[in-house]
Design a protein around this ligand. Structure first.
Ligand SMILES: CC(C)(COP(=O)(O)OP(=O)(O)OC[C@H]1O[C@@H](n2cnc3c(N)ncnc32)[C@H](O)[C@@H]1OP(=O)(O)O)[C@@H](O)C(=O)NCCC(=O)NCCS
Ligand SMILES: [Zn+2]
Length: 214
């Protein structure tokens, strides 16, 4: 069975999700409450609600019946890769970025990322640190370098989140830049989406279906 990814603007997701606070755990609500900016809180709430909607749809059960937990390998804080208490074999992932959110659920590991495309220039130091020479050359010669860089970035982050590598190793995640075929990396399938305002990517072993909201 194919996995499922859902993505869209935070406002559209909040409008579709109903009472998001009723879906989240006390721990997640406390994390949201600690965020200073209302926009960041909304992004957090929307992404954490969306991951339940996504997994609920995949598993054919109500989103309210799913508990998301997170633990960190490096500290005691309740953050890190999310998992479902009720469905430990189902992989879940979520992402939030200034007004945009994404979530994914699959029958195994899955990683999703989304980034807002803003008008600022490419940070070439970051780009140089995370891209291979070939990727960097393609980004530089693209008519829209900012978007081209974010496209590679979300692919790499989705691979990091699926567990295929770490952010420090991003430059070793050498991705095909402009293939006509959907990009892949060592058996991981990558599914891209996006327009002028945001770009996203989901990585999984299995085929993924994507639904855009809003
Ligand atoms: C995973 C990571 C690349 C994503 O960061 P980001 O671009 O800032 O944020 P995104 O919105 O795209 O994704 C964040 C979500 O990814 C998930 N996530 C966090 N760490 C993850 C991991 N190691 N693997 C998979 N998913 C992870 C969480 O659900 C998180 O959302 P939340 O904080 O609201 O719960 C980044 O958090 C990272 O590099 N983590 C590893 C190193 C680290 O954090 N160490 C500190 C430990 S104290
Ligand atoms: Zn930690």
């Amino acid at each position: 069975m194919a996995g499922l990814a859902l993505a869209g603007p935070t406002g559209a997701v909040l409008a579709a999700a109903g009472d998001v606070r009723a879906l989240l755990t006390r721990t997640e609500l406390d994390r949201a409450g600690a965020l200073r900016s209302a926009a960041d809180r909304d992004d957090f709430l929307a992404a954490h609600a969306l991951v339940r909607l996504c997994a609920g749809r995949l598993l054919g059960r109500p989103a309210q019946s799913l508990t998301v937990v997170q633990s960190c390998g490096a500290c005691e804080r309740p953050h890190g890769r999310p998992r479902l208490v009720e469905a430990p074999g189902t992989g879940v992932s979520l992402a939030h970025a200034r007004g945009w959110v994404a979530a994914a659920a699959a029958d195994g590991p899955v990683g999703v990322d989304v980034e807002a495309v803003d008008g600022t220039d490419v940070d070439w130091r970051t780009a140089g640190a995370v891209c291979t020479g070939k990727e960097l050359a393609a980004v530089r010669s693209d008519p829209d370098p900012r978007r081209a860089f974010l496209r590679q970035w979300v692919r790499k982050e989705s691979l990091v989140k699926v567990g295929a590598g770490t952010l420090d190793e991003a430059a070793r995640l050498d991705l095909p830049v402009y293939g006509r075929e959907p990009p892949r990396w060592r058996g991981w399938r990558l599914l891209d989406w996006g327009g002028t305002q945001a770009v996203g990517c989901v990585a999984a072993r299995e085929e993924m279906r994507l639904r855009l909201l809003g």
